[in-house]
Design a binder for this molecule. Structure first.
Ligand SMILES: *[C@@H]1O[C@H](CO)[C@@H](O)[C@H](O)[C@H]1NC(C)=O
Ligand SMILES: *[C@@H]1O[C@H](CO)[C@@H](O)[C@H](O)[C@H]1NC(C)=O
Ligand SMILES: *[C@@H]1O[C@H](CO)[C@@H](O)[C@H](O)[C@H]1NC(C)=O
Ligand SMILES: *[C@@H]1O[C@H](CO)[C@@H](O)[C@H](O)[C@H]1NC(C)=O
Ligand SMILES: *[C@@H]1O[C@H](CO)[C@@H](O)[C@H](O)[C@H]1NC(C)=O
Ligand SMILES: *[C@@H]1O[C@H](CO)[C@@H](O)[C@H](O)[C@H]1NC(C)=O
Length: 380
């Protein structure tokens, strides 16, 4: 009993923390954290670059730190990264996970660009927002799975759940595509564990404890471990709330059914809207692969910290990255990028309205207000 209450309390704190910091909603979209100062400048405009990983193009993918590799693990660690727009951010996120030790074979990009087989057939140009380089991902050893058509955030989450069910997985990880992960090299050499090692350990502990766990949040929900039984128990995501508030709805329903949602730590996770000019900096220098806490690492951390601040300071909202690439007109399934953005914002607003209808309440703190499981659609 006491444990249950403690667990519930823990979940609750994470929940409050989450709602305070990310202010609801997580499509491949995040909102500006509350409490940041008013923006003082326009979005940084990043110079157009067609290639941000020249070494890969040259067929020379750098080696990762051997200490980041985990050899003694028998658990599966499938990780989904959903993609809709901006290949450069996606590639950056994927490469950062690989450099942090995540095995390429356990990583799966979910191509939710809605351009059918156009990327597979290489029909889009890199300036097209929906461009994705399949050849590059295969070169990296990363699988790509296409959604049948463009899905909303909530639908994409259910796609993950359904995929996991089909594969008979009891759990899976998912990550946002606008993040960069970096192992915590400031730990002492004896205690050093790569981000992947920590994720594996957290998973192992979770499964050993056999607790009533629902989610494990690594750095808010920038990386999340999901218990398939728990998400099935609450009936999955409500796809009638396509973007923001879908998470409030889902995570609250999980709390109402006592599925815990704890925060766990695995290393640095940066939330960004721009990309590094060369992804090679995510890897150790050649010949110095096992060194930790190097100048490269410190410079990288500073750079990513700055990129994260720039995203948060951005006066046009933190998600302008999604609309930044706007070429490719006339290519298959091309849509007007600004119109697409406006359309998404329209559905975001409609989702908020629906949440309000559903709960007769418009904020995220349903639990706080004493709402119980099954009380949705019962108040008018
Ligand atoms: C896609 O990636 C492959 C493999 O790295 C590379 O050869 C090719 O030039 C890339 N395509 C474009 C359009 O950049
Ligand atoms: C890593 O470098 C920082 C700054 O240079 C230093 O303060 C810290 O003690 C170093 N950590 C380890 C474990 O060597
Ligand atoms: C959740 O836990 C509380 C407190 O232990 C208990 O009263 C309640 O019945 C549980 N609800 C469910 C759905 O298991
Ligand atoms: C990195 O490790 C240091 C030393 O153990 C710790 O103080 C710090 O909180 C860690 N940071 C992250 C982001 O994990
Ligand atoms: C973000 O805004 C804060 C407060 O206005 C400012 O101090 C900081 O330098 C800005 N950071 C960046 C990277 O623009
Ligand atoms: C619905 O919300 C309104 C406004 O907060 C409140 O006055 C009303 O009592 C609520 N209805 C029910 C059935 O709880």
């Amino acid at each position: 009993m006491r444990r249950a209450i403690l667990a519930l309390g823990g979940a609750f704190i994470v929940f409050l923390l989450l709602s305070a910091i990310i202010d609801h909603g997580r499509p491949d979209i995040v909102q500006k954290p509350k409490g940041t100062k008013p923006p003082h400048k326009d979005p940084q405009t990043q110079e157009w670059q067609e290639e941000i990983f020249p070494l890969a193009k040259a067929g020379k993918i750098p080696k990762i730190n051997p200490r980041n590799i985990v050899n003694d693990n028998n658990l599966k660690t499938p990780l989904f990264i959903g993609f809709t727009r901006n290949w450069y951010l996606l590639e950056q996120a994927v490469v950062s996970y690989l450099a942090a030790g995540w095995p390429a074979s356990e990583l799966m990009v979910i191509d939710n660009s809605g351009v059918m087989d156009s990327n597979l057939r290489g029909l889009l140009s890199p300036a097209n927002p929906w461009y994705l380089n399949h050849t590059r991902l295969s070169q990296l050893g990363v699988a790509v799975k296409r959604t049948p058509t463009l899905l909303s955030f909530a639908q994409l989450q259910n796609f993950y759940i359904n995929y996991a069910i089909e594969q008979n997985w009891g759990y899976y990880f998912w990550s946002h595509m606008d993040v960069v992960v970096v192992c915590n090299e400031s730990e002492s050499s004896e205690n050093y564990k790569s981000l992947y090692r920590k994720a594996v350990d957290a998973l192992g502990d979770t499964l050993d404890k056999r607790e009533h766990w629902g989610l494990k949040f690594f750095a808010y929900d920038w990386l999340t471990l999901v218990n398939v039984e728990a998400v099935k128990d609450v009936g999955a995501w409500d796809t009638q709330i396509p973007y923001y508030m879908a998470d409030c709805d889902m995570y609250s329903r999980m709390t109402m059914r006592n599925w815990t949602q704890d925060a766990v730590e695995a290393g640095h996770v940066y939330d960004v809207s721009s990309h590094l000019t060369d992804l090679a900096v995510l890897f150790p220098e050649e010949g110095h692969e096992s060194e930790l806490n190097t100048t490269r690492f410190k410079d990288l951390k500073n750079q990513l910290q700055l990129m994260m601040e720039q995203k948060q300071n951005n006066s046009h909202g933190r998600n302008t990255w999604q609309a930044r690439r706007d070429g490719g007109e006339g290519e298959p399934f091309w849509r007007n990028p600004k119109g697409f953005e406006r359309g998404i914002n329209f559905w975001i607003d409609k989702g908020r309205e629906l949440f309000k209808l559903k709960w007769n309440y418009s904020e995220c703190n349903l639990i706080d207000k004493g709402y119980r499981y099954g009380e949705e659609w019962t108040r008018e």
